[in-house]
Every structure is written in C-alpha cells, then in structure tokens.
Design a protein around this ligand. Sequence first.
Ligand SMILES: [Zn+2]
Length: 124
Amino acid sequence: MNELQFGSEWHDDNDVMDVTPHCPKCRSASIETRNLARRFGGAIGAIAGTTSGVALALTGAEIGLLAGPVGAMFGAAAGVVIDGIIGGATGCAAGSRLGAAIDQNILHNHHCRSCGYTFSDKPS
Ligand SMILES: [Zn+2]
C-alpha cells in the first residue's frame, strides 16, 4: 500500500485530469489529502481478507482429510499460504476502495495547509 510519492521532478506534461482542489475558504492550492478511511480500510481489509482466506483454506483441509492425511497436509499448507495471500490482497483492495468512497463522500478528505480548513471533494 505504498503511495506514490511525486518529487519535485514530477512534471505534469500530460493533460490528465488535474483536479487539484483549492481551499474553498482562502483559495489556497496547498491542499493535502488525508485519505484516512482509505488507509484504515486497506489495513482492515487486508486483515479480514487474510483471516477469511486462512479460514477457507482450513475448511479445504478438512475436506482434504477425506482424501487422506498426506493430501490434507499438503493441501492445508498450500491453501493457507495461497488463500491467505490472495485473501489479504483482495481484502486490502476492497477495503481501500471502500475507504476511498468513504473519504470522498463522507469525510472531509482535504486539509488546507494555509488556513487549516477541512473540506470534502464534493459539496455536502
Ligand atoms: Zn485555506
């Protein structure tokens, strides 16, 4: 979940959708995005995803017991690792998306460095 850090060498030559927010109070462009819910959601999602992935893998191991103890052992080991990773990744992505939606719609996601005013992307 490393966020891209654009240094001073970053030039916005492309005419991308530059939606740099301005402070509605003092019109300053010195705005920082907090993304509180997004970070929180990503962390929670990763934990929840990993946990549910491991739980699914353990269920698979129980089913694997029917196929014999050796199969269960290999199945469980592989399943816990793979499902845990996949579950963690998908959970993190889902949590980040959910958090981003919360940030944009509910929380005051932007913070003006000039006057300290916080505001949302959209007028609420
Ligand atoms: Zn301001």
